[in-house]
Design a protein around this ligand. Structure first.
Ligand code: NAD
Length: 477
């Protein structure tokens, strides 16, 4: 049975309660884990608070070295961690390996910033004084993570937090705790001091983290409704929040686009991770002149994405993560079809044999989806893509912005002028021009509108785990 990680303790829940983590491809139990609650969060917050006293005072170059060593050790365990991730989440082994690798690399990337981000020296009018702006770690930070990219999204929070000298209480999604435990355990084996990152498990620990008075900052990746609840609760103690929430990213393809490149990017953008991605191609707008040619290419690519158990070498798309999640996407497809949409590829479940044991679904492409359909107005968190013909860029930008969300966006065009307009006018935290929808460590990532605020990745993320303090030194003249 798995345990929580609270300082040196490999802890069961104070209540003694447990729950099962099941494999989405087979329904089999992968492990039994503690169902923690407020008492466990309190223990973890106390441990993190104690660890903060030493961790935050370490010379920054020592923190950098410890984190690099820990990350290197974790990276030797990619294969075993990838298998755990596939079993609990469903994604293919290839996707799991990439994600496990990203976890270690992310820790290393932020480790390098530990002693590279400086404050300021400020000259004051009175020359017997001078000012400093110093950057300090905040304290204990809460990290709350969803199930779609359990490791990537944990690292996005943990890596900048601990590099800046904070300590963490981390809560994975209740259905994907095991690979996260394995990664943190590997960091500790590699030299990360106990107590710097503590992992609590169970649905009830999320709210308890937001409420705990020792936890000074909350970073959440999750749905927009969860973000609103967390922000309201955090406001009671005026905690800092970073919210990475839902998205419905538009992609515009114009007549002068590289269609092969666009088809590849859209296929990866919509079907990677069985479509359960925040940054993703979720609404496709294609100019009339290339519509038919692009659809042909997209259908050809979708037909190669064989669904299957993520552990099988020839699977190209794992199952959806839960039965509820699959039912939600199926309901969104049905709503579109009931309103008159046409399914041009997929639309159902692969059936028979092992398929009947898991939450499998076909990659799906729809056209003629009418205005007002759920696929246009809601986030579609699965492998189903609505496509619409557009006359020109104006229409693409208008439709692209016609959403409450503002996470990512992309455009495919051979025209610098069209690309520039899209970059200026699309309301989103990211715009890709003729490029795969992939987030880069160097670029700050985060949404606008109801996709949240605050940044992960980049120096900006590191800064958000620090507080500035102004200092005046007098009597020096
Ligand atoms: P979710 O909002 O249901 O849960 C996310 C996490 O928040 C889980 O760990 C959950 O236990 C916890 N949680 C739920 N209610 C809480 C509360 N009241 N207080 C504290 N914690 C609470 O999301 P999900 O279904 O796990 O993930 C899918 C969603 O995440 C999608 O909307 C997706 O777009 C979004 N997402 C966003 C990004 C991004 O970077 N913007 C990345 C990945 C996923």
């Amino acid at each position: 049975m798995a345990t929580m990680i609270i300082e040196g303790d490999r802890a069961k829940a104070a209540s003694g309660k447990t729950y099962e983590v099941r494999n989405p491809a087979t329904g089999e139990v992968v492990d039994v884990v503690p169902a923690g609650g407020p008492a466990d969060v309190d223990k973890a917050a106390q441990a993190a608070h104690k660890a903060f006293q030493t961790w935050s005072r370490l010379p920054a170059n020592q923190r950098r070295e410890i984190l690099h060593k820990a990350a290197q050790h974790m990276l030797t365990k990619i294969e075993e961690i990838a298998v755990i991730l596939t079993k609990e989440q469903g994604k293919t082994l290839l996707e799991s390996r990439l994600e496990a690798k990203r976890f270690g690399e992310n820790i290393g990337w932020f480790a390098d910033l530990a002693d590279k981000v400086h404050g300021q020296h400020v000259k004051l009018p009175d020359t017997t004084t001078y000012g400093l702006v110093v950057r300090k770690a905040i304290g204990v930070c809460g990290a709350i993570v969803p199930w779609n990219f359990p490791l990537t999204l944990a690292a996005n929070k943990v890596a900048p937090a601990i590099a800046a000298g904070n300590t963490v209480v981390l809560k994975p999604a209740s259905t994907t705790p095991l690979s996260t435990l394995a990664c943190i355990e590997a960091l500790i084996e590699g030299g990360l001091p106990e107590g710097v990152v503590n992992v609590v498990l169970g649905q009830a620990t999320g709210e308890a983290i937001v409420e705990h008075p020792l936890i000074r900052k909350i970073a959440l990746t999750g749905s927009t409704p969860t973000g609103k609840r967390v922000m309201a609760k955090a406001a009671e103690q005026l905690k800092k929040v970073t919210l990475e929430l839902g998205g419905s990213d538009p992609c515009i393809v114009l007549d002068d686009a590289d269609l092969e490149g666009a088809a590849r990017a859209i296929s990866v953008g919509r079907f990677f991770n069985c479509g359960q991605q925040c940054l993703s191609t979720k609404r496709l707008f294609v100019q009339e002149g290339v519509y038919d040619a692009l659809m042909e290419k997209l259908i050809a690519r979708a037909s190669k994405l064989k669904p299957g158990n993520g552990l099988d070498k020839d699977s190209r798309m794992g199952p959806m993560h839960t039965e509820t999640q699959r039912a939600e996407v199926e309901a969104q497809i049905k709503d579109a079809v009931d309103r008159g949409a046409t399914v041009v590829y997929g639309g159902g479940r692969p059936k028979g044999g092992d398929y009947d044991k898991g939450w499998f679904i076909e990659p799906t492409i729809l056209e003629n989806v009418p205005d007002g359909a759920r696929m246009w107005t809601e986030e579609v968190f699965g492998p189903a893509l609505p496509v619409r013909r557009i006359k020109d860029l104006d229409e693409g930008i208008r439709l692209g912005n016609d959403t409450q969300f503002g996470l990512g966006s992309s455009i495919w065009t051979g025209s610098m002028a069209s690309a520039h307009r899209a970059v200026q006018e699309l309301e989103a935290g990211y715009t890709w021009v003729n490029a795969l929808v992939i987030a880069h460590d160097e670029l700050p990532f985060g949404g606008t509108k109801q996709s949240g605020f605050g940044k992960e990745h980049g120096v900006e993320a590191f800064l958000q785990y620090t507080e500035e303090k102004s200092v005046v030194y007098g009597g020096v003249g």
